[in-house]
Ligand binder design. Sequence first.
Ligand code: GLN
Ligand code: ZN
Length: 785
Amino acid sequence: RKPRLSPEPSHLPGTASFSAKKKMASHIVGYPRMGPKRELKFALESFWDGKSSAEDLQKVAADLRSSIWKQMADAGIKYIPSNTFSYYDQVLDTTAMLGAVPTRYGWHGGEIGFDTYFSMARGNASLPAMEMTKWFDTNYHFIVPELGPDTKFSYSSHKAVSEYKEAKALGIDTVPVLIGPVSYLLLSKPAKGVEKSFSLLSLLEKVLPVYKEVIAELKAAGASWIQFDEPTLVMDLHSHQLQAFTEAYSGLESSFSGLNVLIETYFADVPADAFKTIIALKGISGFGFDLVRGTKTLELIKSEGFPSGKFLFAGVVDGRNIWANDLASSLSTLESLEAVVGKDKLVVSTSCSLMHTAVDLVNETKLDAEMKSWLAFAAQKVVEVNALAKALAGDKNEAFFQGNAAAQASRKSSPRVTNQEVQKAAAALKGSDHRRSTDVSARLDAQQKKLNLPVLPTTTIGSFPQTMDLRRVRREYKAKKISEEEYVNAIKEEISKVVKLQEELDIDVLVHGEPERNDMVEYFGEQLSGFAFTVNGWVQSYGSRCVKPPIIYGDVSRPKAMTVFWSSMAQSMTPRPMKGMLTGPVTILNWSFVRNDQPRFETCYQIALAIKDEVEDLEAAGIHVIQIDEAALREGLPLRKSEQSFYLDWAVHSFRITNCGVQDTTQIHTHMCYSNFNDIIHSIIDMDADVITIENSRSDEKLLSVFREGVKYGAGIGPGVYDIHSPRIPSTEEIADRINKMLAVLETNILWVNPDCGLKTRKYPEVKPALTNMVSAAKILRKEL
Ligand code: GLN
Ligand code: ZN
């Protein structure tokens, strides 16, 4: 039996209304789920706060899904994804589908409901959430599955099927998207108590039966294509891991009869061995590749050849950025591929899910027409994909292509983009070294003389809860509804409250609470030149949290001081040291939409120079402790090992540029978020910060294991003592216990006590008792030392 390759499932009922139009070979890997104005976020949060019902939430979700499907169908997209919606996270959805709920959540079978689902995602009154980690090198976070030899798998969430049916009822035949079984297992971790050496891939034979049930049900519902996302294929995999793909898909092959199956990869090149493995799979109709980040895939396809009769889904439209596609260049790429795979086997696609880009440029009221002509958000990318597909099919929209070419040309030559002076200064940094002249232990001594801190000094990461009032004040000031004076007074009052609270709590190194900041990157971007801002360019970060990355379109410089006013005001309110609070260059870069017309390191050096000016202005204003957050340093790490050291070199260099000019007595802190650091610990040390506060509590003390294994660390370090992502209040004992664990591997005199991250998403009734317990734990332990 031959797998049916016909892409036109014309026999399917219910596709009539849209199949009437001739559709070109166009495909979208996935689509943002939050909605153009973050409708899902507000619906989720209102539901979590008990202000609306589950039905209300489901209604918002269904409306979003239907408008997305209709939009893609109207644009003429042939392969429209379904099951890319999620109430929290697509990996958690897969955990639910497989019924792999950790036992502590007390689920006893049956279809998984909101209760169990959101407990795993966010924790509940008595249980912490499951671990969350970065989705590859994006700023999206997924919930890490916890699996072990005893994990029972059973088909427990029919979401993929219901979404497929839902779309079909609207007259739209979709391609259900599932996270592939191998990537799912490779992204999992062994559950607590399971040996670290446990082979997660050994669970393959247990998950495949569930996948088979899902596939059978999708098929019965009328699906003619299924997309398996297997992004781990772009990683450096061992041969036994590659072998798992062969096992998995040959295990599923019998279920594929009568179906077209797409294996989708994204975020980087597929290495040659992985490429060979997947194209040899039987029963697969098509393969999707990221041709934007995967710069070598094209060569690979041309040299290795592509199996005849299979579809190539060519990801030429960037799902990770907001720049308009260079249509002429994409078209020539596509034409060269057509020569390899054949005209009717080439499908135009996005490089990855569009969930990593902003939703719709139509809602951007503040960007000028020139800037808008340079951009394309998800909705526009859908149109680009279709325009390319039509052009390939000989139906090129000349006007659309000409408009695009004109926009590309205007971006290249615009004086808004280039600042010669900045270009020169940044170019001069390349290849040189920038370091503070004294070593860290001597600097710490000099700082201690000035700061006079107790052992186990306590601090927080920067932000305090952002109340509704605060958000309103900032909004009204932006909208010029309140005067600058009123605004300054309101923020001043907030800072003063936060300072008093920290004094009452007896915290040692204070923060001003960041009440003037909407977002740690946007706040700086707004004050730097070379940045543009959207009003609705939100991208999901985790759960209901979204970020609105600035757009770096031109050379970056700092017209004037950005934080000195607030930091010196805060310092004037207290005799305790007040941390100046900055976002580092690498994080600004990694959390922005970065220009794609020069290498990323050049843009990073430009930002580093701007932050350096700020650091020095803060120091001159009498701020002796300055924290330069590099929350996102880890996530910019290229997925492939061969590219990592180059990145780490320029990233760490950029960080050092910012503070190489300060005095020994000025204490430089940095902070990093939720990630694994073990592999880059030497780069972290090479950042040469005086103190690093680092997320730790949700990663099972993975971080501490590096020190246990003997990595020498002489600078100050504050591994987070409690999780701020959950509303749960940690007890004094629990925190003391954590600190003791740290003391077992780290010198007493370098250990700091702090939460995992900033407190801005928490509420005061959670923050006050949590910090009270944190300070008591530090005090109890100080007595014992
Ligand atoms: N200083 C920032 C804050 O506390 C750091 C946030 C972060 O690391 N993501 O909010
Ligand atoms: Zn953080």
